[in-house]
Every structure is written in C-alpha cells, then in structure tokens.
Design a protein around this ligand. Sequence first.
Ligand SMILES: [Zn+2]
Length: 292
Amino acid sequence: MNSYGIRGMIEDHNIRILACDSKDIVTYAQKIHDTFPTATAALGRVMSISALMAMDIKESDEKIQVQIDGHGPIGQIFVEAKSSGDIKGYVSDPSIYLKYNDSNKLAVGLAVGTDGYLKVSRFSGLTEPFSSQVALQTGEIGDDFAYYFAMSEQVPSLVSVGVLVDVDHTPKAAGALIAELLPGHTEEDIEYLEAIQKKMRPISSLLSEGLTIEEIVKMYFSDVKILKRQELRYHCDCNEERFLRGLMTLKKEDLDEILEDEEIVIKCEFCDKIYRFKKDDIIAYQSHVQDR
Ligand SMILES: [Zn+2]
C-alpha cells in the first residue's frame, strides 16, 4: 500500500489533525540508503513529520526543509518535503544501530544527540525562504518537533511518531500524527487533548496491528471530520543540470581543482544516483552560463 496522509478537524474542540502512514516512503529510504535500524527510525520519524508539515502548505510549488544536527553519531539528518507529497531525505551516517539497554528500544535520542538544533526552512516560489530553529530537547524527534511547534509556531500540539523496524532491518510500520490546538481554543480543549495524549499508544504499534491511519485517528478523536487525503511518495527530482549549476557556485580555485581530473563523479545524497561529468562538459556548461 502506498503511503498517504490525512487532514481532519475536530470542530467542537478547536483541534486540527494531520496524520500519515509512511511505511512505504521509509521502506524506500531504508533500501536506497541501506540504513541500519536506529538510522532508519531517526530518518523515518523526521520524514513522517516533515510530510505532514508539507501537507499543510497550499501552493503546489512550496516545500519545507528540515535539518537536525545534535552532534550524535548519526550526524546530520536532512529532509525535504513538498506540498505535492514528494519526500526525500538522508542521514550522514546510515550505519547506526544503537539500542537502550533497559527497554531494548532503538536509541534514536542517543544516535541523534541533544547538543544541537532542529531547523525548519519554508520555501515558496514568491518570497525569500523563511527559517526558524530550536534547540534539540531529547533527540527522539517527536519531542523535538512538539517543542518546535510550541516555541516557533506558538501552537500547543500533540505529536506522535514512530517507526517499527523488523528483524530483517525493513520497516514493519511507520507513521505520525500531529494534533494542533487552533486559535480560540479553551482550557477545556487543552485538557481534552492532554487526556488523549495520556491514553494514546505508540502509533507504529497500532499500525503494525493492521489498523489504518483513519481508524487510529477515529479511535482517539471520535468526532473527527476528515477533510483531505493525499498520497505521499519518496521522490528525488535531481538532474544533471542541478549538479552542474551547483558546481558553478563553487569557489574558482575549488572548481579548478576538480577540473584537474578528466571526469568527476557526483552522487546524489537523496537518491544515490551517480552523475559523471567529463571535464569538457563542465567547461561547456561554464561558458554557456557566462553567455547568458
Ligand atoms: Zn537524487
């Protein structure tokens, strides 16, 4: 089944819900990057929440980028999500497999670290990119995004995100849910959301039991009205031109150094596709750009 997200409203409690089943995109990312379980969980959690945040933007050419760096062994996590439902991402070190000794759970917080930040940049075709960032709280991703929504966007939210990894390292289930209180919410609405947060079981466990994301949302928010459903997919839109353009932004001495080799090989970090450029290709592109 393809990954998809839904958006809904609970009008009586001034709550908006975004939720997704992201198993398919996490599976794709695990396969192309060959991530080990803790790296799969960390990247999968960030991709799942980023996909929901991107569902919220209106223009079709808009996108968000999420960057997390907590100085843990995994290094940096980078994810881009478009309002069209296209998601891509990577981690610096995919070969991380750490568990907490006491619970035997994947130690995402240890892998990510807490000495760093979570940064969200929003791009629209019309205006300058807008970025905001917060300090990482636990590195467990869900907590860090909840803190981000509270601090940067001033919205109290419930964030649930999880990736369950099977013994053969493939994702067994993945999903995320964000419930946000809307402007005008009351003290009662806050209590309502807190009560649900207390009884909510991990979203990845519920999905692995065979429940759909709609069923999970309705189980906790019985009077939800679902307003939108959107397909999500792992998709990288890289091409030759993009990498050539990237080379042109290098300092002259760096580019000259690259040009000492007859051929340069660049790997796309998002989809692992290999691009090979001959020295002549780069020189030709350089003069083509200068002509314009
Ligand atoms: Zn690519």
